[in-house]
Design a protein around this ligand. Sequence first.
Ligand code: NAD
Length: 289
Amino acid sequence: MIKIDGKQVAAKVLEEAKTAISELKAQGLTPGLAVVLIGEDPASKVYVNSKVKKCAELGLHSEKIVLPSDASQQDVLDVVKRLNEDAQIHGILVQSPPPPQIDEDAIVRAIDPRKDVDGFHPENVAKLALEDPTGYVPCTPAGCMRLLKDTGIETSGAEAVVIGRSMIVGKPMALLLMGKEGNATVTVAHSRTKDLAEVCRRADIIIAAIGKAEFVTADMVKEGAVVIDVGINRVEDSSREKGYRLAGDVAYEEVAAKCSAITPVPGGVGPMTIAMLIQNTVKAAKQSI
Ligand code: NAD
């Protein structure tokens, strides 16, 4: 059984990015990422700070904009407009989820698609469906594809089951797997799927993006399958200092005993997301020339 090491693959992606950043800098162009945080959500704060820190480590220009939790839609749109016009910024990310008064879809649509390094703008969603390589692919599913590739897992002709149909993970994941890069036969399962266990047992590759701790159990997994666990869930655990532990969407121990390769949580898909964000920012800087 292979325990897929996301930290190691992410380090490789970042090393490639570092080389590309040096080359761009030699041409007088420093890639820049702007991260917008609205409010005080503790998990969002951690994500935003780790993105800014990673930029600094790699020599990228970064800007962190923090808006109060009562910021208006117009406040956020004004920031996005300024960043769209800022030549030093090649990637813009508005951390999700924003406070409830903010219409997130409208914010995403206001971002210049050429700077939409999250890949959520309708233009980039269309480019993904069209397999147009100038678009930006959402970071988490792009990271999952890279994990499969670097682990030497053959997706071509494989039966893949994606559990979850969100625009952030499930849907783009399915498009990547069924496209020319993946060439897999893809089933997308979701909350209305009948007999999910039976559907999952068909899979050579399972991608779990549900948001429910340890939901995928051994009886749902075929012997020798590959399991990519996207889930990040907090589970109460009084033995931990923080009072919780992180768990994926897969019951790791029992599924690992049955499959040929699996990603752990943490240390699997998580580190890939930020690495792919940096990769997208470098791509945006290159494409701005
Ligand atoms: P989401 O809530 O938007 O989507 C969850 C999906 O799961 C939905 O499409 C729903 O239909 C499906 N689902 C829910 N209950 C189900 C059931 N009983 N049977 C089958 N399908 C069911 O969540 P998301 O944004 O796609 O995130 C999914 C998980 O991935 C979360 O745990 C999230 O924290 C995690 N995540 C991790 C990263 C990362 O960097 N590793 C990035 C994004 C999301």
